[in-house]
Write a protein that binds this ligand. Structure first.
Ligand code: EAX
Length: 325
């Protein structure tokens, strides 16, 4: 009698946990950094909001630190349905959805507010709308942050100082064009290989936002940090169409709202790290150049801007540059 009650009781509890009707589903979310990073903060916030909105029908299981592969591989996984959610920089995304590449132009965004206004407004939406025809769903723009150059050789203040350094770049044509133009030797490489490549001296340096440099412990293999802030690095919260195509309209709304909450948490943490992380990197032994000659970098990039204008159209670039916010 007692046993029967117990069994009935747990069946009832199970029924409550999946009150939304169908079976509870655990979604696989991959990203390249540690759980304590801005991507981890985003995955946690998104997962909690999705579980809340769907009454437990969907939960998010996190696979941090490249456990599901590099960012390019994870995006491929989302296309074929082996990965459900990817939180990724825009780095490799332009290889799948070329319209994202315009956002990777150096010194395009003046500050966070400018970037958020453009990406969260009609221009950003137009780009997100391109994803489905490339076999992907983009739920929201997140944030990786303004990127800064690190290297193991010497302090870098001007583009001349950077000349000849072998710098890992993301697998992104726009970034590679920029680095080639200022005379560094760009070496495109997937992020999971980067730490070892710097440790072994295959490359002299890399560039990333402060939060990434902290999270990936690059201070262990890089002496010099220059606050170049040479490009804003957007992030994206991507969903596999294999998940999206099964959703009702109401459920799609839940996923979008959860992603918005995740994007907000990501921006908050990325910006906190950018504001507070430099001190921590100093403590870890990095030498920091704060008075970078950004004008000289922009000047040195002029031939690259001519190429971007040819590729994207100057009007489209100006539309972003002159966006009122
Ligand atoms: O998304 O590849 C990169 O340098 C990215 O900025 C990093 O994986 C964080």
């Amino acid at each position: 009698m007692f046993l029967k009650k117990l069994v009935l009781g747990s069946v009832f509890a199970l029924g409550l946990a999946t009150a939304a009707g169908a079976q509870a589903e655990e979604l696989k979310a991959g990203y390249s950094l540690a759980p304590t990073s801005h991507y981890g903060a985003s995955a946690t916030a998104m997962g909690e909001e999705l579980a809340r909105l769907s009454n437990g029908k969907w939960t998010v299981k996190q696979f941090p630190a490249n456990a599901l592969g590099g960012e390019r591989e994870m995006v491929e996984g989302a296309q074929i349905g082996t990965v459900d959610i990817v939180i990724t920089s825009s780095g490799p995304v332009g290889n799948f959805v070329p319209d994202t590449l315009i956002t990777d132009i150096p010194f395009l965004f003046k500050d966070y507010k400018h970037a958020h206004a453009v990406l969260d407004g009609p221009i950003g939406q137009r780009i997100l709308d391109q994803f489905p025809k490339h076999g992907l769903i983009a739920l929201a723009w997140g944030e990786n942050g303004f990127r800064n150059l690190t290297n193991s050789k010497h302090p870098v203040k001007t583009p001349d100082d950077a000349k000849g350094l072998k710098i890992r770049t993301m697998e992104n044509q726009v970034h590679m064009t920029a680095f080639k133009t200022i005379g560094v030797l760009p070496t495109p490489m997937a992020f999971p290989e980067l730490f070892t490549a710097m440790q072994q001296g295959t490359v002299d340096g890399q560039e990333n936002p402060i939060g990434v440099i902290l999270s990936a412990k690059f201070s262990q293999v890089q002496k010099h940090l220059s606050l170049t802030q040479h490009v804003y690095s957007p992030a994206l919260i991507i969903l596999s169409p294999a998940v999206w195509n099964k959703l009702s309209e109401q459920e799609k709304g839940w996923f979008k709202q959860a992603a918005m909450v995740g994007a907000k948490a990501m921006r908050q943490k990325a910006e906190d790290d950018a504001a507070n992380g430099v001190e921590e990197l100093k403590k870890q032994g990095m030498q920091v150049v704060t008075d970078v000659d950004q004008k000289a970098f922009q000047e040195a990039l002029k031939p690259a801007y001519a190429e971007y204008a040819k590729k994207f159209g100057q009007a489209k670039i100006d539309e972003i540059k002159n966006y009122q916010y």
